[in-house]
Design a protein around this ligand. Structure first.
Ligand code: PLP
Length: 410
């Protein structure tokens, strides 16, 4: 069995490239033409493999999807315009009106908004729970529940889910186990071995090769019997284990126009080739920075599941190669956070994650600004918290930068 890096770099083309291009070409086109009408009919009806229109399918995007399958071991993989498109399309594929999912109360802010506003308006109910409290999760499951949804390491609370325990609950109730693994994507975690049914990733982050473009993906490991899901029962008769993927691709993805652009698919494919190297460096830097921050007198609290005294250390070590490259720490108040952040000379003030550059943000006044104090408290967001997405710079340069900026706090 080949290693992650080899699998990321060597993926065979579906058909030979006429010019022997070593990198898969970018098919930057909206439409494809046909030799004759019969061929056109056959491709449209699915009788013959081929491409007609990029919103429905494109060779460069398909190549990225094959790379995703190759590195993850997933049975099916689909790429999307963004991580949010991957989340929304997945839930719309598995839920009908009056269905519900049970989700962690700790979610990326826009996912929280999608669940509490947009889906609510469509008649898809999302019940949130403390995902460290297994009884609470189980008490919320009813006959219309279709899935448990959580982030492997929550952004930005850095809570680590006990995936084996969640798998057992999902099995007991016949519901799907869906994880957003943006913080610990394939290479940092193995969704197949962890028993995830569906894995959702914002490929904008580690995959993109350094914030080169927005993208998302969903991986289906082929464990779930789709006939158990009312929205997919009919599809399961026809497509068996491919029912989710068939409805997603032939209906939801196509009709909502969630396509990843061919240019972004090219960048993400290229990014994936070096992802493991970058992720190793960023995660090692994150652990070093977490340890370094612990010894600074201005830092009141530090949160990184890779620290041995973190309450999630054991779980994190069992489930992940590294628990990602994001950490949070607390200063005495919002003013101290702002003074520190404004003094940084290398780390950038930016909202992205898992970039090559070290990025800092004050989540309370940005991503979570639309929520009131009570909601922020429920979501574990305080105005003393700074989130750091640690990059691949030389560690001493990051620590020197943090040291001089921490000295600016009054
Ligand atoms: N999930 C998580 C955990 C995220 O952090 C993000 C974005 O930061 C998303 C989903 C959404 O991804 P995108 O910005 O690619 O739509």
């Amino acid at each position: 069995m080949k290693g992650f890096n080899t699998k990321a770099v060597h993926v065979k083309y579906n058909q030979e490239d006429p010019y022997g291009s070593l990198n898969f070409p970018v098919y930057d086109t909206a439409a494809f033409e046909f030799e004759n009408t019969v061929e056109m009919e056959d491709v449209f009806s699915g009788k013959k493999a081929g491409f007609a229109y990029t919103r429905v399918g494109n060779p460069t995007v398909e190549f990225f999807e094959r790379k995703l399958k190759n590195v993850s071991g997933a049975k099916y993989a689909a790429a999307f315009a963004s991580g949010m498109a991957a989340v929304s399309n997945t839930i719309m594929t598995i839920c009908g009106q009056n269905d519900n999912i049970v989700a962690s109360k700790y979610l990326f802010g826009h996912t929280y908004s999608l669940f509490s506003n947009s889906f609510q308006n469509l008649g898809i109910n999302v019940k949130t729970a403390d995902f460290c409290n297994l009884q609470e999760i189980e008490s919320l499951i009813d006959k219309n529940t279709r899935a448990l949804f959580f982030e492997t390491v929550t952004n930005p609370q850095l809570e680590v889910a006990d995936i084996a325990a969640l798998r057992a609950i999902a099995d007991r109730h016949g519901v799907l186990l869906i994880a957003d693994t943006t913080m610990t994507p394939p290479y940092l975690s193995d969704g197949n071995a962890l028993g995830l049914d569906l894995e959702i990733i914002s490929t904008t982050k580690f995959f993109s090769g350094g914030a080169t473009g927005v993208g998302g993906a969903v991986l289906d490991y082929g464990f779930y019997e789709w006939g158990k899901n009312p929205a997919l029962k009919e599809w399961a008769h026809k497509f068996g284990s491919g029912a989710f993927f068939a409805r997603l691709k032939k209906e939801v993805f196509r009709n909502f126009g969630a396509v990843m652009s061919p240019h972004n698919a090219y960048l993400q494919s290229l990014g994936l080739e070096t992802m493991a190297l970058r992720a190793d460096k960023a995660c090692i830097n994150a652990l070093l920075l977490a340890k370094w921050l612990k010894n600074n007198k201005y830092v009141l609290g530090i949160n990184y599941p890779g620290l041995e005294d973190s309450k999630f250390y054991k779980l994190s070590s069992m489930q992940f190669r590294y628990p990602g490259a994001v950490l949070t720490f607390e200063l005495k108040d919002k003013e101290a956070c702002y003074a520190f952040m404004d003094s940084l000379k290398i780390a950038r003030r930016s909202t992205n994650l898992c970039d090559n550059k070290t990025l800092v943000i004050h989540p309370c006044s940005t991503i979570y600004a639309e929520y009131d104090a009570e909601q922020k408290k429920y979501m574990g967001i305080t105005d003393r918290m700074i989130r750091v997405s640690v990059g691949i710079e030389d560690f001493e340069d990051i620590s020197d930068d943090f040291e001089q900026a921490l000295k600016k706090i009054q």
